[in-house]
Design a binder for this molecule. Sequence first.
Ligand code: SF4
Length: 469
Amino acid sequence: MLEIVLKGHESYYALADVVRLFFPSPAEDRENGKVFCAGAPDFLIESELLPSGRSVCRVNGKEYYFAGPAEEASREVKRSLYMALTDLTGIRPPWGCLTGIRPTLVALQTDSAEDLSERYLVRPDKAALALKTGREEVRILEKISPQDINIYIGIPFCPSRCEYCSFVSSDISFHMGRLKEYKEHLIKEIRLLSPGIKRRISSLYVGGGTPTVFDDDDFRDLIDAVYENLAVDKDCEVTVEAGRPDTITENKLKAMASHGIKRICINPQTMNDETLAKLNRRHTSADTVRAIEEARQTGFSVINADMIAGLKYETAKDFIDTAEKMIALGLENITVHTLYKKRRAAMSLADVMTDDPAGEVDKAVSAVYGMLEDAGYRPYYMYKQKDTGHGLENTGFEKGGTACLYNVAMMTDARDVLSFGAGGMSKRVFEQVDTAKYRVERCSSSKDVLDYMMRTEEIARKKADFFGL
Ligand code: SF4
C-alpha cells in the first residue's frame, strides 16, 4: 500500500489528485494525517511543506523538491509528490502535476508554453496544445456576449447503454414507456420558463444521451416546441446531438432542417464494427456513413463526430484508422475523447481500459492530433476529467471557422447556461474584475428522470429564482 504522511500542511485533496494520476482510488485518512492507496505498491512517503513555503517529499532515503520559482502551498506539495512518484514508478503523466479539468486556463495565466512546461512539469507538446487551444477559446468566447444566455436541453436516454458509459443516461429498455412522458415534462418546463427569458440566446444545444432516441413524431414535437417557445433567432447557434447513427431517420433530419438547424453531432466513437458490437452500441460504421450522407443531403453544413481513445478492445492502429475514416468523411468538427469513467459505470477502470504500459494510447492520440492539424483542423476547446484513462485530455477540433460556441461557453465556465431536463446543470457566471477569473454559481436539476418528472414545476421554479426570470 502507498502511504503519504503529511507534515506542515493539510493538502490532502491535492495529494490525492496527484496519486490518482498513477494509481486508482486514493483515500484520505485525516485522523492519522495520511493519504493512502490500497491498490498501489508499498511506498511510504513523507510530504512536508517547509516554513520557507517550499515542499519536499522524502522516500527511500531520497528527497524530491523543485528548485524553480515557488508556487502556492497546494501546488508545491503536488509538484514534489509528482516528482517522487514519477521516479518511483517510471510513469510520467503528460500533464505533469496539473490535475484540474481546465489546463487551458492555467496555460493562459502563464501565457508561455515553456513556462507551463517548466513550472508544472507538463510535457512540452501538451503545454503547447493547451496554450494554443486556450487562445482559441478566448477568441471564440468574444463571439458570445456575457449578457446573452446559452441553453441546454437534455435527453438522458439511449437505445442501449455503452459498456463504458458514465453519464446519467438511461437505457430506454428501463424507461421505454416513459420516453413520451419525459418529452411532455421537458416541454412543460420549457413553457414554464420561456416567458421569463428576456436575454438573447447565443447558443442552444440539444444533448444527451441520445436526443434522436425519440420516435419521429415525438422528436418533431420536441423540436417544434423549442422553436415555438424560445426566441431562437437566425444568428443563434443551434446544435442537436443525434449521437447514435442508428437513431437518425429522414423524418428527424427534416424536422430539424425545417427550423433551419444546420449543426448536428453524429457520434460513432469508433469506426471499427467489432468494437462497436462489443461496446453494446448496436450500430455499425456503415450506419454512421449513411447518417452523415443523409444529413448532408438534408442540408446540414456542420457535422461533428466524437471518437474515443483507449477503448479496451482497440489497438492504437484501430484508433488511427477511425481518425483516417472520419477525416476522409470531410467532417467539420471532430472531437477526440479519452476514455474515462465515474464510479457509476458498470465496470471498473481496469476492466474498461486497455493495458497500455508502453503509452501507445498517448502516442496514438498525439498522432491523430497531427493528422487532424495536417488536414486543416484546429483545436478549439479542451477539458480533462479526473479519472481520465492514461492521464489524457479531451479536445475538440474544427475546420473552416465552424467551432461550436456552446461547447466553449459550457466548458470554459465563462458564460451563463440555462439547462432544461433531468441531469442538466445551470450556471451563472460572474466576472471577477480584479482577478480576471470567473466566479460560477450552479443550480442543479434532478439527475433522476422519474424524480424530474414528479417535480418538474418545482425544479422550474428553482431555476427561475436562480436566474431571476
Ligand atoms: S451514447 Fe453516450 S450517453 Fe448514451 S449510453 Fe453511450 S456513452 Fe452513455
